[in-house]
Design a protein around this ligand. Structure first.
Ligand SMILES: Cc1ncc(COP(=O)(O)O)c(C=O)c1O
Length: 386
């Protein structure tokens, strides 16, 4: 009998989470409301951030943060090209120029030494990425930001549950977390902006709901007049309560979720050791706790005898899902064909980015997986490689 399909990811949603969504549906208030407030407070508690703002996605958050920081035409924003393209899309859509920093060859992390030579008097923001659930080495990045007086927004889309030097990501600066369907804690779609900067938080909160300064729930419950005025044009980037409530139980179980993912990832790493040409990412040596959002391997065709895309296709034949996190932004059709016209010069040295963009493959990893599932994936990889 053929085995059932093993997906790349399955959300860690339990019966109580499902019931909590049903309760919200029955409550009569299904859009942004008390469950948003609860989620924001849980995220602030977990991260140590002074302010948390729940949003429709991390992408929406990036859009609002760039606008709130006044970033636009003529400005440069340093970020890796090996990331989800949403960041680069948002930088482009506000009229600024993404300046791509190459990643570390082995960990795919953004490091300060590679950022510094790219700084010009047009650089207005640095957006490094906590990759796959590992933490960035934040100290040198923030030191660089201070040296040149350039703010940092941490792309923490993968990093809810990650720690740096004993503190959760979000504890230090301003972060964008994603709660998209495949993230460790999910609201189906969603994002959360955390910061210690009250003014920035207020601005993002205002822009996420039409520029009213208050959302619908505030106007109903906090005694604000329904005639509340638009103080600046804003967007409609709020998170509904039927989504927010889904994450409340997961936040209570975040240590458990991370522990299970860690156990599975370490088991993968041990079992993959004997397979030549399929190598897990390197682990950064700075003090951090990985939340294992993704289990990424690199397929070296010269050693494995097949490409990453061949491996993904062969795994699919065997009923196993796999993914690519990520195809470098500057190699995406639009940026490949228009970068020079849009932004002028192309960053010359993105060697590590380009090699990894062609070789990385994400294997199934989610808390409900079993050790047998890990064994199944590794055996499949081994058989495919031969
Ligand atoms: C590194 C990174 N940044 C940003 C995002 C955007 O998150 P969202 O899907 O919530 O907009 C993602 C989503 O996968 C991501 O992986």
């Amino acid at each position: 009998m053929s085995q059932s399909f093993l997906p790349l990811c399955r959300p860690a949603v339990d019966e109580q989470d499902i019931q909590s969504v049903v309760d919200v549906l029955r409550s009569g208030w299904i859009t942004t409301g008390p469950k948003n407030a609860e989620l924001e407070s849980k995220i602030s508690q977990h991260t140590g951030a002074s302010h948390s703002v729940a949003l429709s996605s991390a992408t929406a958050g990036m859009h609002l943060v760039l606008l709130a920081m006044g970033i636009g035409p003529g400005d440069e924003v340093i970020t890796p090209s090996l990331t989800w393209v949403s960041t680069v899309n948002m930088i482009t859509l506000v009229g600024a120029k993404p300046v791509f920093v190459d990643v570390d060859a082995d960990t795919l992390m953004t490091d300060a030494a590679k950022i510094e030579p790219l700084i010009t008097d047009k650089t207005k923001l640095i957006i490094p990425v906590h990759y796959a659930g590992a933490a960035l080495d934040l100290d040198p990045i923030y030191a660089l930001g201070e040296k040149y007086n350039i703010p940092v927004i941490e792309d923490a889309a993968h990093a809810l549950g990650t720690e740096y030097k004993g503190q959760p990501i979000g504890h230090r600066g301003s972060c964008l977390f994603s709660t998209h369907a495949i993230k460790n804690v999910t609201t189906a779609e969603g994002g959360i902006f955390t910061t210690h900067d009250a003014e920035l938080a207020d601005k993002v909160r205002r822009l996420k709901f039409h520029g009213l300064g208050v959302d619908a729930f505030d106007r109903e419950t906090q005694g604000r007049a329904p005639q509340a005025e638009v103080v600046e044009p804003g967007f409609k980037y709020n998170m509904p309560d039927i989504c927010a409530v889904l994450a409340l139980g997961q936040m209570d179980r975040i240590a458990e979720i991370t522990a299970k993912r860690t156990e599975l990832a370490l088991s993968y790493r041990g079992k993959l050791e004997s397979i030549k040409g399929v190598t897990p990412l390197g682990l950064a040596s700075h003090d951090h706790k990985h939340c294992w959002h993704l289990m990424i391997v690199r397929v070296d065709p010269a050693v494995a005898g097949l490409t990453r895309d061949d491996l993904i296709a062969a795994l699919k034949e065997k009923g196993i899902g796999a993914g690519i996190h990520f195809k470098a932004c500057h190699t995406q059709k639009y940026y490949r064909e228009n970068y020079a016209e849009l932004f002028g010069d192309i960053n010359p040295n993105l060697h590590n980015t380009e090699r990894n963009s062609n070789q990385i493959c994400s294997l199934p990893l989610f808390p409900d997986m079993t050790q047998d599932d890990v064994e199944r994936v590794v055996s499949a990889v081994s058989e495919i490689i031969g």
